[in-house]
Ligand binder design. Structure first.
Ligand code: BV8
Ligand code: ZN
Length: 244
């Protein structure tokens, strides 16, 4: 299907949709200058996910893990949402039944104004005490290593879901509910390799949803997509709003 007819089909489906779910990954923030995980400029390139984004890595070397997160906090603090993030805020305003699921921990959807949002892998500006479990926002750049809880002096960790850790059950229940009842699932900028998010397209498809994908490359979800637009999020996502 040529791009223009695929775009028009997706636009029409969005206009007619009674309930919309959007799933985003690192690709939507690439246009804000935040390197993706597995791309050529990949974040993991210098480090390997297994070495850092795991509870074992933190157990073994909390300083290294905090140095990596300080590097990412400093990088992300200078970045702003792009036109794709902003278009999703507009889409949320236009549709009563709308939910945004993001795998990104950069907080750019929240900065752009998205409110109906699940940050299923957590948020890089939130920290959690490994002793008393309290969660709070901490925007220090850098965070003094090793950070201690003000309440119990326990070691603080990023409030982020690492590999081998389960997602928040409330988030998972919300995702399941919206994926089971949506007319359309729009998948933007994710390579579809990390579970459980990589399984969301199949969940929505089985429940009868129309699947749209926006990505410069093909992904494992492309086979499930009814429409797959090859392009960058900041160029394609705003086009979905024009000419309602
Ligand atoms: C879980 C936080 C139950 C870190 C992240 C073996 C042992 C242990 C676990 C597993 C195992 N095998 C499988 C698993 C499960 C594992 C998993 O899926 N592993 C994969 C690697 C096989 N999942 C988990 O562990 C999850 N928990 O399953 O709990 C459990 C419990 C115990 C044991 C087993 C299971 C937890 C997953 C969460 C991990 N945390 N992040 C941090 O960020 O600091 S995941 C990390 O990857 C990021 O959150 C990121 O969002 C996510 C997904 O990556 P993408 O967003 O897709 O980014 P990527 O770079 O890959 O792709 C970018 C895409 O954008 C590309 O397609 C590119 O083409 C496109 N793009 C580029 N430019 C643009 C663009 N698109 C649009 N516009 C552009 N301009
Ligand atoms: Zn504490």
């Amino acid at each position: 299907m040529v791009f223009s007819s695929a775009l028009n089909l997706l636009k029409q489906r969005l206009i007619d949709a009674r309930s919309i779910v959007v799933l985003t990954g690192a690709g939507i923030s690439a246009d804000s200058g935040i390197p993706t995980f597995r791309g050529a400029d990949g974040l993991w390139r210098t480090y390997r996910a297994e070495d850092l984004a795991t509870p074992e890595a933190f157990e073994r070397d909390p300083r290294l893990v905090w140095e990596w997160y300080n590097w990412r906090r400093e990088l992300i603090a200078a970045k702003r949402p792009n036109s794709a993030h902003e278009a999703l805020v507009e889409l949320e305003k236009r549709h009563e039944r709308f939910w945004l699921i993001t795998q990104n921990v950069d907080g750019l959807h929240r900065d752009a104004g998205s409110r109906k949002l699940s940050e299923i892998h957590g948020n890089i500006w939130m920290v959690r005490c490994t002793q008393c479990g309290c969660v709070e926002e901490n925007r220090s750049i850098p965070i003094a290593i090793l950070p201690a809880c003000v309440r119990c002096t326990g070691l603080l960790r990023p409030h982020i879901v690492w590999f081998g850790e389960s997602l928040d059950p409330t988030d998972m229940a919300r995702c399941d509910k919206v994926l089971q009842t949506c007319d359309i699932l729009l998948i933007i900028g994710t390579s579809g390799v990390v579970y459980p998010a990589a399984g969301f397209a199949a969940v929505a498809k089985r429940a009868g949803a129309f699947i749209g994908e926006i990505n410069p490359d093909e992904t494992p979800q492309t086979a499930l997509a009814d429409v797959s637009l090859r392009g960058r999020a900041k160029e394609v996502v705003p086009l979905l709003l024009h000419g309602r």
